[in-house]
Design a protein. Structure first.
Length: 247
């Protein structure tokens, strides 16, 4: 027992000595290193390779069942026509469906009725050939759609990932250039990178806000192709870099 107590005593003394040696070293390592922080933004301009079109079929009747059945028939015709263009079933989806009742307007064909029932079915089409946007709209309208809610141009996930990588490289190059300029003005030398952060991204999108549903339907009925231009969009990336410096 005495030998054991002696060993424990010497172990405690040894541990205390080690701690005394390590703590000052750790304290020295924790000394703040002077730094400069810069941000950089990179951008790549591209053309959309995907279009997202939202169209709707709205029916009105004094009888709710008739309104619903007419809507189902017309919506089915729209979907069949879109599939006839070669659009896959998985690229056509119902994104909204609702039914409500209201008092008809005085100039409505249902004026005099206590109430009418309105059924709306919204269909969203996602397609990877933006040049056919006008054709898709015309086909939907001529087959029964009476609302064109939105036309949006974007890029696929694969293209977005590739372009974001290029934008990040450009962002880092800008940050590095700014850091070198700042260091030169301050009379210090950059010795390394302490930290680098990039920010989350979202898929860019362009909205064709100047399109009017009535105008597009009129052109479709007259068999004049609806002109839709995708334009361009920018994929951007931002980085924040902390550089270590010394005098």
């Amino acid at each position: 027992m005495k030998d054991m107590a002696t060993k424990l005593k010497w172990f405690g003394i040894t541990l205390l000595v080690v701690c005394c040696l390590v703590l000052p070293a750790a304290a020295a390592d924790s000394v703040d290193v002077p730094t400069i922080t810069v941000s950089g933004t990179g951008s790549v301009t591209t053309t959309p390779d995907e279009v997202i079109i939202s169209v709707g079929v709205e029916t009105t009747h004094t009888d709710p069942i008739t309104a619903q059945q007419e809507n189902a028939q017309k919506t089915g015709a729209v979907i069949d026509a879109l599939k006839g263009l070669g659009i896959a079933s998985e690229d056509i989806k119902t994104s909204g469906y609702y039914m409500y009742s209201r008092t008809p307007d005085d100039d409505s064909i249902f004026s005099g009725s206590k109430e009418v029932y309105v059924v709306t079915n919204t269909v969203t089409i996602t397609y990877n050939d933006v040049s056919r946007a006008g054709e898709i709209i015309d086909t939907a309208v001529m087959s029964g759609a009476n609302n064109v809610n939105s036309v949006r141009f974007t890029i696929s996930d694969e293209k977005a990932q590739s372009l974001r990588a290029k934008a990040l490289i450009a962002a880092v190059a800008q940050a590095k250039s700014d850091a070198n300029t700042l260091a030169g003005a301050l009379g210090v030398t950059i010795t390394g990178v302490q930290d680098a952060t990039t920010y989350g991204s979202s898929t860019p999108m362009v909205y064709a806000n100047d399109l009017a549903s009535g105008a597009m339907m009129e052109k479709a009925v007259a068999s004049v192709p609806t002109p839709i231009e995708a334009g361009t969009l920018d994929v951007t990336a931002t980085v924040n870099i902390v550089y270590a410096i010394q005098n």
